[in-house]
Design a protein around this ligand. Structure first.
Ligand code: IVH
Length: 682
């Protein structure tokens, strides 16, 4: 059996490599998943053949622990930076003078992620450590194992012990998708893929890391027993062992070739899937590297040429102030249109009052706009030489541009806010748009234009008014026929079934995103209890900090909000958990059918049946296409197991299953009670 398991592991490793390193998949995702499930099932049945480097170990686990600090066997140094081709020439000349013999330079892309050092022993990944302070870093092995392009087991002719260093990256499309979700949930955005990658690597929960789809390029092999004296050949060898080595790596025999490489990639890099911020030049021969040596901070045999951030010079015409749904006021610069990395830029973010002050901006100034790793262009400086007869100095407004209310700035926050939550037009309209959105009340037919129209016609002044909209009014509105009017009404009716946690999210309380709303709903069970909660009681709830608690207290101390809530209650919206939800301990198995087979050691079979129901799942007796999970104990029925494998059903052992209901429901607030203690089952 060990042989079958091993060969399945090898096969899956090869497919992983083909997919994630070579970008050349050999089988369909479906076939891959089937094989993976087959292996999972076998490992479950034969725990004696457990292997920490098996492909099944890439899914991550939910254990929460701090990272252990580990000393690097070779310090992780940084590179000297240059910003001009003249400095690259100086570097080249310096090496020529020191070596007094011919030499080659390997040019590589400088990947803009977070660096990692991987140790392999006997072809197995044993440790992954972050750069840290260069001397010692965090052991993030569990997280790194979830990165599919990093091999857990090597093939070919590798040294018994070596380290390989490289960059962990978050591809642009993953970065964009994550930020989109964070924006929806009002969580702070990642500024660039570098921060996102390093933040992800430091997460305590490796299943979340696995979901973030990181990638990695390796660029530096270290050890006492390397295949070659040439860096380029070691990289090639590493590629043959299974590592992802960039194809944008070139051996250059002259300065002209180096310059051509730089010029080519300065533009070609824009179509890459991952962020790069320069070129790294390395002397190819390691013997020559030794001769050149190191300074205190960096090697003399390598240097980084940094690409110029794309910059353009244009005129600042005005500063506009936008008020969002939460009342946050964002200053936006209106500029003379200018071309920057292929797009015309007319506006740039000015972030906040401190930044405006630091730039010493005046209307009419010529300003530098840059698009770095960030998505929105920003103003980085004023061209003071071009300052001639400029207009007024820009100073942050004191009153809300929409309603005139004096702005406030909360302690520790960079942004200014309009506190007139209940009567400031963009805040009201924004709140209504949020209330009807898909993840909240899911009311169709009320887009931002319709809301604007209804607001202008005084038919909507707060979220409760939505339930008073009469079809007879709606029909008469421009652009809104009777069909749309009926649709809105039907949708409102349907929204009465939306569960309490989503209603709570829909209210638009500052900092109460989807997850927090769920936590609060399960902790307090109904709106009255939440309204009565003190700051301390709120803070006692898992994951609720002072900032959120204060915001909740402030929301409920506003009379207008209380009025809106009592109206919503009257219209029949769900303002408490349903009986069904109250009986439930969690939602981790919502809508899932589970089959139990075999004998168990932690809980009795009947207890598992009860747990499945308490967590929203359904017990099923036989495996069918409708089954979602096979909870397999010892001596699991062989027929059931076979059927589950064939149907591609998830197979879990006792521990995995308990972890699923525990970890997921902690996230979902299923276990939280008002006192803030987390009820565990074990
Ligand atoms: S070589 C001793 N090669 O840039 C030389 N570094 O400031 C070790 N980086 O911390 C580094 N791409 O995180 C090297 N092709 C590449 C690189 C690269 C990105 C990063 C790396 C390092 C930093 C140097």
């Amino acid at each position: 059996m060990k042989q079958t398991i091993d060969s399945l592991r090898r096969e899956l490793e090869q497919h992983n490599h083909a997919y994630y390193v070579l970008s050349n998949p050999q089988i369909s995702d479906f076939e891959f998943d089937q094989k993976m499930r087959e292996l999972q099932a076998l490992e479950l049945q034969y725990p004696e053949f457990f292997d920490p480097n098996s492909p099944t170990q890439r899914v991550g686990n939910d254990s929460v622990s701090g990272f252990e600090q580990v000393a690097h066997s070779y310090p992780m140094l940084s590179l000297g930076n240059t910003y001009s081709e003249a400095e690259v020439r100086d570097f080249y000349e310096r090496i020529r003078k020191t070596l007094q013999e011919s030499f080659d330079i390997v040019c590589e892309l400088k990947y803009d992620g977070t660096s990692i050092s991987l140790t392999y022993e006997h072809g197995l990944l044993v440790r992954a450590v972050t750069r840290g302070d260069g001397e010692k870093g965090d052991d993030v092995t569990a997280n790194v194992k979830t990165i599919r392009s990093i091999p857990l087991r090597l093939h070919g002719n590798y040294p018994d012990l070596f380290e390989i260093r490289g960059e962990i990256l978050m591809p642009w499309h993953v970065f964009d998708a994550i930020n989109k979700v964070r924006e929806e949930q009002e969580e702070p955005l990642f500024a660039n893929p570098r921060n996102a990658a390093s933040g992800t690597l430091k997460l305590q929960n490796s299943s979340t890391v696995a979901s973030r789809k990181l990638d990695a390029y390796l660029y530096y092999v270290l050890g006492s027993d390397l295949p070659s004296d040439l860096h380029s050949e070691n990289l090639q060898a590493a590629q043959s062992w299974g590592f992802k080595i960039s194809n944008a790596t070139q051996l250059c025999k002259s300065l002209t070739e180096v310059q051509a490489f730089i010029n080519h990639w300065d533009t070609a890099r824009k179509s890459l899937q991952v962020a790069t911020d320069g070129i790294v030049l390395k002397v190819n021969s390691m013997q020559q590297q030794k001769l050149l040596g190191f300074t205190a901070k960096s090697p003399r045999w390598a240097i980084a040429y940094k690409f110029q951030a794309e910059k353009a010079l244009t005129r600042l015409n005005a500063v506009a102030y936008q008020v969002g749904r939460t009342g946050a006021v964002t200053p936006v610069a209106n500029l003379d249109p200018v071309l920057l990395s292929g797009t015309t830029v007319k506006r740039a973010s000015l972030h906040n009052a401190d930044i405006i002050k630091a730039l010493d901006l005046h209307i009419g100034d010529m300003v530098f706009v840059e698009k770095g790793g960030e998505i929105i262009p920003k103003i980085t400086a004023v061209d003071f030489d071009a300052r001639f007869m400029v207009g007024d100095k820009v100073s942050f407004i004191k009153n809300c541009p929409e309603c005139g209310t004096p702005l406030v700035r909360y302690e520790g926050e960079a942004a200014h806010y309009c506190p007139n939550e209940t009567a400031c037009p963009p805040q009201i309209k924004g709140k209504m748009e949020h209330f009807v959105s898909r993840k909240a009340m899911n009311i169709d037919g009320l887009g931002s234009e319709t809301i604007h129209l209804l607001y202008e016609n005084k038919l909507l002044t707060n979220i409760a008014d939505i339930y008073e909209l009469k079809t007879s009014y709606l029909e008469r509105l421009e652009r809104l026929g009777s069909k749309s009017a009926l649709n809105i009404q039907a949708s409102c009716q349907k929204s009465l079934e939306v569960p309490f946690e989503r209603v709570l999210f829909g209210l638009g309380i500052r900092f109460v995103g989807e997850t927090i709303a769920k936590k609060l709903a399960f902790a307090f069970k109904n709106i009255e209890a939440m309204q009565a909660a003190t700051l301390e009681q709120l803070i006692a709830v898992d994951e609720i900090g002072e900032r959120i608690a204060q915001s909740v207290v402030a929301y409920f101390s506003n009379k207008k909000n209380i009025e809106v809530i009592s109206r919503l209650k009257r219209y029949g919206l769900q303002m408490s958990l349903t009986d069904n939800q109250l009986q439930k301990q969690g939602t981790s198995l919502d809508g899932l059918s589970v089959v139990i087979s075999g004998t168990f050691s932690v809980h009795a079979r009947d207890e598992y049946k009860r747990l499945i129901e308490q967590h929203g799942g359904k017990n099923q007796s036989g495996v069918s296409a409708k089954t979602n999970i096979l909870l397999a104990g010892e001596n699991v029925g062989p027929e059931k197991l076979k059927k589950a494998i064939n149907l591609g059903i998830q197979i879990m052992n006792e521990t995995e299953f308990l972890q699923k209901i525990k970890a997921k429901d902690n996230n979902d607030a299923g276990f939280v009670n008002t006192a803030g203690f987390v009820d565990t089952l074990f």
